[in-house]
Design a protein around this ligand. Structure first.
Ligand code: ADP
Ligand code: MG
Length: 673
């Protein structure tokens, strides 16, 4: 057995537990060591029996004088023991654990930890933690800072502790330091072996902290180093097709003149960054990040136009048929006046596939039948929706084509730089000119009635339509969310808006009926649509101008931002009203952010600061690595590790162990390659 042995193959016991352990992320022996405790129970006060003070949390060590099961009248049972050391004797009791006298025998040396209680004028130990000490071994569940782990059914902290302790004893010798000693010394990091030991069985909380810092350092250091490695491979191993740019300035200018708007300066900047990339001998590998509506399509269109002018084809892949059709229409209207031929390939529609300059499509593009004569640019919209292989397949349809990936996922810059460290980044952090800001208010509890009156007036006076989003309860509890929505719908209909037409939409409604409800809303037959947040209200309803969100505190700011984006799709002024019952100051402060900030990435950053990444990047976000110890909100660590990674990279081959780690890391890491 070694650190790489899968738990399935590590003996009968671990084999039996393998599937449960996998739930905790433990798949091989080494993973036990990186299953980091989230806190420690402090049993480090060790006392002689005669010195125990009433009420203290204490560990004692002594010999078991007697131990027995005792059955009481009401079918309950007690386990009673007397334990003695040189200074005295103490009574110990457990409840309903009849197996204990099978584990602890009279004559054993035991270590017990718990609170010293007072019973019938005597100090006793009630239900203490216990372990039998063989051959003077050091205790692991008592007499020290004791690690508490994430558990799962049948896998307790006590059980995990025992495994970790054994693995530490047998395997820690084989753990080699992978961080260069120069870095360890310069930054005063704890050595790897000590860090692993101290994080599980710390001598002090200070040492535990220092151990965590060291392991957190490794986590970001590896992510950065792996990204630099990928970036370097891309730059060194691929030769691209350098496009001419300045030669076509006139054409691009003409194109821009024909647009019904001026580019925002963020769009201009992104275009010039892209032009710089595609004129180089290395293929471009750029991520364009920008909120929904920030105008990514036109930026991509300009790049595709330049590709056409250079005599190459482009392809743009979108995750859904609706999006692909929308792109097809947009790009066709933008570029066909310039003689560019556009084709489309989706599951149900195929046109002009062979003979086009730009091919728009869905996954259908990945089919072997789709072929290009001279593919120069690959654009992937909503890139997080595609897997590594899919991205690779589409790229392989050309000879080192330039790659532009796009996303509307609002991630803070720091996270983007970590996760997508191998990509060059352009951010559209500015909305097109003239777009009205969706006025947003956090409505205090006592203003709820006023808010309802105001909404009624808006519907009457300006013929507006309203979304009311019911509380988000939990994805796993769909039925509860649905029930709450139905109840709220009834209440609103009867008590609040009796004079208006209300509709209800939730996840349990059949999709045919859903379409009908949405269609009614779209055609103005409903004034108010009450909906659960899981329901896609993604379709365009330009006449909807008010978004009400109940229990706004349950949402992340990015989610709120995306919900808010469902209104404000016409030239009418739109509004977003956030309701909350919470009086927590941090929550209020967080929600107030919505009144002032209108950029997704900035809201994500604020969320990150105030709530931590676990909350925001739970399941919804793809492609963001899960951190075990470090935190994406630790900006200074992110910076520090990046600097060190950049500095060490040119000499990476001198550190074979580190090199191996990075290669392994890269297999796990998302990569456009
Ligand atoms: P997304 O970034 O979500 O893909 P789109 O590219 O679909 O956004 O653009 C959203 C809308 O904004 C489109 O109707 C587009 O024509 C328009 N648009 C894009 N850029 C500008 C601009 N600079 N000024 C005004 N409108 C713009
Ligand atoms: Mg888009």
């Amino acid at each position: 057995m070694n650190l790489e042995t899968p738990t399935k193959e590590a003996g009968p016991i671990l084999k039996k537990y393998a599937s449960r352990l996998e739930k905790l992320g433990i798949k091989k022996i080494e993973d036990f060591l990186f299953h980091i405790p989230f806190r420690y129970e402090d049993y480090s006060l060790v006392s002689e029996i005669s010195n125990i003070q009433r009420g203290e949390i204490v560990t004692i060590k002594g010999k078991v004088m007697e131990i027995k099961n005792e059955f009481t009248k009401r079918w309950k049972n007690l386990q009673k023991a007397k334990v003695a050391d040189e200074t005295g004797e103490i009574d110990v009791t457990w409840f309903n654990q009849p197996f204990i006298p099978k584990i602890i025998k009279s004559g054993d040396i035991v270590s017990l930890a718990g609170k010293a209680d007072w019973f019938k004028n005597k100090i006793i130990l009630n239900s203490p933690q216990y372990e039998v000490i063989f051959n003077g071994n050091k205790p692991i569940h008592t007499g020290r800072l004791v690690p508490i782990y994430n558990e799962t059914r049948g896998v307790s902290s006590k059980w995990l502790r025992r495994q970790v302790s054994t693995i530490l004893k047998e395997q820690i010798l084989f753990m080699n330091e992978h961080i260069p000693s120069s870095i360890i010394e310069k930054l005063d990091l704890m050595e790897l072996k000590s860090a692993i030991e101290q994080v599980h069985f710390p001598q002090s909380l200070k040492k535990a902290q220092k151990a965590k810092e060291r392991l957190a350092f490794d986590e970001f250091f590896f992510i950065h180093l792996a990204a630099i490695f990928r970036k370097n491979q891309w730059k060194n191993n691929l030769t691209g097709n350098p496009f001419l740019v300045s030669e076509y300035n006139k054409n691009v200018e003409n194109f821009l003149k024909k647009l019904p708007f001026n580019l925002t300066s963020a769009q201009e900047k992104a275009v010039s960054e892209i032009f710089e990339d595609i004129s180089s001998r290395k293929p471009m590998n750029r991520l364009l990040e920008g909120d929904v509506g920030s105008g990514k399509t036109v930026v991509a269109s300009i790049a595709m136009y330049l590709t056409y002018l250079n005599g190459y084809q482009s392809v743009i892949m979108a995750p859904t048929e609706i999006l692909a059709l929308q792109h097809f229409k947009t790009i066709d209207s933008l570029l066909s006046p310039f003689n560019v031929k556009i084709g489309i390939a989706t599951g149900s529609k195929k046109e002009n596939i062979i003979d086009c300059d730009i091919l728009v499509g869905t996954h259908a593009l990945l089919s072997k039948k789709v072929d290009f004569k001279k593919l120069g640019l690959v654009v992937i919209d909503e890139q997080q929706r595609f897997g590594v292989e899919q991205r690779a397949i589409i790229r392989k349809k050309g000879k080192s084509p330039h790659l532009l990936t796009m996303t509307a996922t609002p991630i803070p810059r720091t996270i983007a730089l970590t996760t997508y460290g191998d990509l060059d980044l352009s951010i559209l952090d500015e909305m097109p000119h003239g777009r009205k800001i969706i006025k947003t208010w956090l409505v205090p509890k006592e203003k709820r009635e006023d808010a309802y009156k105001w909404i009624a007036k808006q519907i009457k006076d300006s013929n507006g339509q309203v979304f009311i989003i019911c509380p988000f309860i939990e994805q796993s509890e769909t039925m509860i969310t649905v029930k709450a929505a139905v109840k709220e719908f009834e209440r609103l209909k009867k008590e609040v808006f009796p004079n208006f037409k209300l509709g209800l939409l939730h996840g349990k409604i059949k999709s045919k009926d859903k379409d009908k409800i949405l269609d009614n809303f779209k055609r103005g037959k409903l004034d108010i649509l009450v909906a659960t947040p899981v329901v896609e209200v993604g379709i365009d309803i330009p006449n909807a101008t008010i978004m009400v969100i109940e229990a706004a505190d349950r949402f992340g700011l990015s989610q709120l931002h995306q919900l808010r984006g469902r209104v404000g799709r016409s030239d009418k002024q739109s509004y977003c009203l956030l309701f909350t019952e919470s009086e927590n100051q941090t929550t209020i402060q967080r929600l107030k952010g919505m009144e002032k900030i209108y950029i997704g990435a900035e809201l994500a950053e604020l969320d990150l600061k105030l709530r931590g990444p676990g909350e925001i990047y739970g399941t919804a976000q793809h492609g963001i690595p899960e951190l075990k110890i470090a935190s994406f909100s630790d900006f200074s660590l992110i910076e520090k590790t990046r600097k060190e990674a950049e500095a060490i990279f040119p000499n990476l081959s001198k550190y074979p162990l580190l090199f191996e780690k990075i290669k392994k890391q890269n297999l796990k890491q998302i990569s456009p390659d």
